[in-house]
Write a protein that binds this ligand. Structure first.
Ligand code: NAP
Length: 257
């Protein structure tokens, strides 16, 4: 007689917060963590986007979707208060929310600078800071940076600098939070086919040119990034700390043949 004895999933009983979880890489990460047993919290600014994402994820009691602008500490405190009531703790934070504005340096407005710095730097900083009381000792934080902080990209000055700052936080926070055994790493995705990519690389010709920059001659998928995030969040990465992991099909480190 065979016994029904399912293998435990990697994230059974763990609680994962994903900022920017309604779309793109955040959404794919939410799907993956839910499928591996986690309770998942997704947040973002757009309430309709969150509602649609929650319907698609169909996570029942395992899923909590609520709005917050990560650049506003008061929003995060309100969100995390609700998470405390709902799930009581956090085991993983994927600080993923971000925006891109790509222009020649002379064309940026002060509003552009505030928007990008607020989301990509302050947002990551406040997400981690405000989540700390809820994070259990031994938790894992993954920050979404970008390949653009590894190489110069003409229209990327503002975006890349904020991503360099976000990746730097992974190193310094790995040290700062070591007394609580909290690991902090960042990822640097290459060109990944999401709304942000479609909007910032609008024509088929430009997208083909982006694909050609990878030695794999294609753009990546949000699911491929989600699998990397899950690895860093999992016990398999127990000794991986303070690194920035490229998920870029070789854009930064290899030259297409
Ligand atoms: N796609 C690429 O090629 C690529 C490459 C490298 C790195 N990245 C990074 O990957 C991350 C995810 O982007 P994506 O490509 O998956 O694009 P995306 O679908 O546009 O996702 C960005 C998410 O961030 C949320 N967001 C933006 N500003 C926010 C704020 N202030 N507060 C809360 N949520 C906010 C957005 O939701 P709301 O608008 O509803 O708030 C959206 O869900 C970003 O940090 C991006 O910089 C992307």
């Amino acid at each position: 007689m065979t016994q029904n004895n399912p293998t435990p999933s990697r994230f059974d009983g763990r609680v994962v917060l994903i900022t920017g979880g309604a779309t793109g890489m955040g959404f794919s990460a939410a799907e993956l963590f839910l499928s591996e047993g986690a309770k998942v919290v997704i947040t973002g600014r757009g309430e309709d986007r969150l509602k649609t994402a929650a319907e698609r994820l169909d996570g029942g009691d395992q899923l909590f979707a609520a709005p917050a602008d990560v650049s506003r500490p008061a929003d995060l405190d309100r969100l995390l208060g609700a998470v405390t009531e709902r799930f009581g703790q956090l085991d993983v934070v994927f600080a993923n929310a971000g925006v891109g504005v790509f222009k020649r340096v002379q064309d940026f407005t002060a509003e552009d600078v505030d928007l990008v710095v607020d989301a990509n730097f302050k947002g990551v900083f406040y997400t981690v800071q405000r989540a700390l009381p809820l994070l259990r000792d031994g938790a894992s934080i993954v920050i979404n940076a970008s390949w653009t902080h590894h190489r110069g990209l003409a229209i990327g000055s503002l975006y890349a600098a904020t991503k360099a700052a976000a990746a730097n936080l992974a190193k310094t926070l790995a040290s700062d939070l070591a007394d609580r055994r909290i690991r902090v790493n960042s990822i640097s995705p290459g060109y990944i086919d999401t709304d942000m990519f479609q909007e910032s690389v609008p024509t088929p010709e430009e997208r083909a040119a982006s694909a050609r920059q990878s030695v794999q001659q294609r753009v990546g998928t949000p699911e491929e990034v989600a699998r990397t995030v899950a690895f860093l969040a999992s016990d398999a990465a127990a000794f991986v700390n303070g690194v920035d992991l490229l998920v870029d099909g070789g854009v930064v480190n290899a030259i297409p043949a």
